[in-house]
Ligand binder design. Sequence first.
Ligand code: BGC
Ligand code: NOJ
Length: 810
Amino acid sequence: MKFGYFDDAVKEYVITAPKTPLPWINYLGNENFFSLVSNTCGGYSFYKDAKLLRLTRYRYNNVPADNNGKYYYINDGQGIWNPGWQPTKTDLDFYECRHGMGYSRFTGKKRGLRAEVLAFVPMGDNCEINRVTLTNETGETKDFKLYSYVEWCLWNADDDMKNFQRLLSCGEVEVKGSAIYHKTEYRERRNHYAFFSVNREIDGFDTIRDDFLGAYNNNDYPESVVMQTSNNTLASGWSPIASHRLDITLKPGESTSLIFVLGYIENPVEDKWESYGVINKKPAEAMQERYKTDEDVEKAYARLKKYWSDLLSIYHVESKNEKVNRMVNIWNQYQCMVTFNMSRSASYYESGIGRGMGFRDSCQDLLGFVHLIPDRARERIIDIASTQFEDGRAYHQYQPLTKKGNSDIGSGFNDDPLWLIAGTSAYVRETGDTTILSELVPFDNDESKATPLMDHLKRSFDFTATHKGPHGLPLIGRADWNDCLNLNCFSEHPGESFQTFGPSEGPVAESVFIGGMFVKYGKEYADLCELLGDKKEAERAHAEVEIMEKAVLKEGWDGEWFVRAYDANGHKVGSKECEEGQIYIEPQGFCVMAGIGVEEGKAEKALDSVKERLDTKYGVMILQPAYTRYHLELGEVSSYPPGYKENAGIFCHNNPWVSIAETVLGRGDRAFEIYKKTCPAYVEDISEIHRTEPYVYSQMVAGRDARFHGEAKNSWLTGTAAWTFVNISQYILGIYPTHKGLSVDPCIPEGFGNFKVSRKFRDAVYNISVETNGAQKGVKELLVDGCRTEGNVIPFEAGKREYNVTVIMG
Ligand code: BGC
Ligand code: NOJ
């Protein structure tokens, strides 16, 4: 069952029924000001950091669902309703929500009045624009009242939910003209405020939540709206809000528009006040002035649209497969931008107060984003590397506003350091910019301890090379990529954090997965050394990689697949010897991606075992058999009920690893089959089962052991986005950036047909046309501007701006 449809021509998903199985959201904002917006106008806004600078309040896990947003209410004398259906939930005569690239449009119609809301964050500005267009589609004059409504968050979203004894006395506002200013804590250490304005004279306002809603009312029945009044009172303490009232008359056929701006302003300390206790509103007024007219809004909207169509033209495929085109050209890349911006901080499942930016998460998010805006990727790499410790370890997370490592969680996730190599290597392969490697980067944000980035990578590499256990495999520390495989934790009491309980290091527990990573990224590290002319270091790296590869093949092989780990007692995890959890997906995917066991036939065996034991119609499960009881020696992985999350869920993130691994073996059919299973566009038809948005990936789909097999959770903020884009663009369609140039080596399913890719790479455009000849893999001929070329890499020619490439497979 579907709740809408893709409108690819305008790059939108169109939701036609407001009651989607879960809120289906979109992200507004690309730089510093962000909003989450659901298909019924729920959501919230923040500046840079969803924890520290939250602008509006949202109530997670609330009843009814998806409560609080930026709402517009209409009272036409016969009843109250919202163009986005919530929160009144009045039946609409027509409802539509169009989620597009950085904007959402809502249309609601009731009794002949059409209300359209266009919401977006303009490029280069710290505000959200809501243009509300009202049209009288009847033959009679219409008189009605329009109310806006946002509830302010008192900045620190964590405190806002906890520290009531203080904060309920702190709220302060000002009203000037049609703008309502939120200035809580501005009197002391904050130099920022927010405002909500409209470009027309208002007929009334409310800033006291309980006045507007009425005590004990929900926001589906606000007293002011119902009574058609406003209180015109100024909040002092409690919960300040901003609501405008506009009394509107529309003749038959007449239309009018109102431009609301929700803005964030920072003032210099010395210029905070206009007069005693009155905030300096000049920058806010200038911002309001910038979006005063429909033309202003149209211009800003057109700029946003152009920005996105330029970005998405960097990688563009044309194949006969509509779903692949749609995901590659639009939604997958769009999600990569969102994960790059948000890491795992703010979604409808990540509260924005929890995890900030993840070290490994952000490094991986880069992989799917670096081709879009390499400069931002560069900056991000430096930020991440700045939180590394001198011995190569890394803070597991950092806060986006301060960019400082988060000491609550600390370090000890032993895969983290290697992801820095992965991200940096991807950046250098994409851009050819080796200057980043000599950039001076501090350790633990201490500028006095800055060394070139390349030295950070060396320390990442050496950290793994020098932290090995009894089998010569990398020590796992608190956990590796699988945060829930806590082999040194041994937690016995509820509430102890699996992530931080117990020692961060253990001398025995080892990870085969990190072994696979070391082989893959160790080689990429060696390539970077080579690029800098450091042959000796490259050789040393290759030698270390070889040692690891041997250890993985010897100690990490279980007969039919790769072992997952060794626990703190030296027992195998993810082996046929285990009572449950006999096979895990991660080492199968990663070891094969790294090329381990390909020659020996072990890679093929491992992937066949994956198919036999982990496959389902909704995707590949992370492990089998599921853990049916709590295993003290394994930690969180066994804490989940069977089939959910890391305990035998279909953890989407590592499905592309296995798909990529299949391309390494040249099995295009199977690679694509795996791609399709979790691909949103392919599961759109079963939205009632899948439940999350059909245009983006979710972190997890419930596995075979779960009661709700096939149901997805935690949409949007998942490394699946980046890894899937890497998979489809670089391995299946096969356009892979190398240090020497773009290489072309597709691995496609039978019957995929010929396809074309246009790819901007460094300073040139590559128009690549692939003739597949019924082959799944193998390039028979590579023609660059008509000339036959050896190998798979399109050679660089300095100054050349366009390459026309024909690839003949066979
Ligand atoms: C989740 C993981 C997550 C970890 C860190 C666990 O509860 O299952 O997916 O990475 O928490 O926050
Ligand atoms: C989600 C976390 O964000 C990510 O870092 C981790 O790798 C996966 N869960 C698997 O546990």
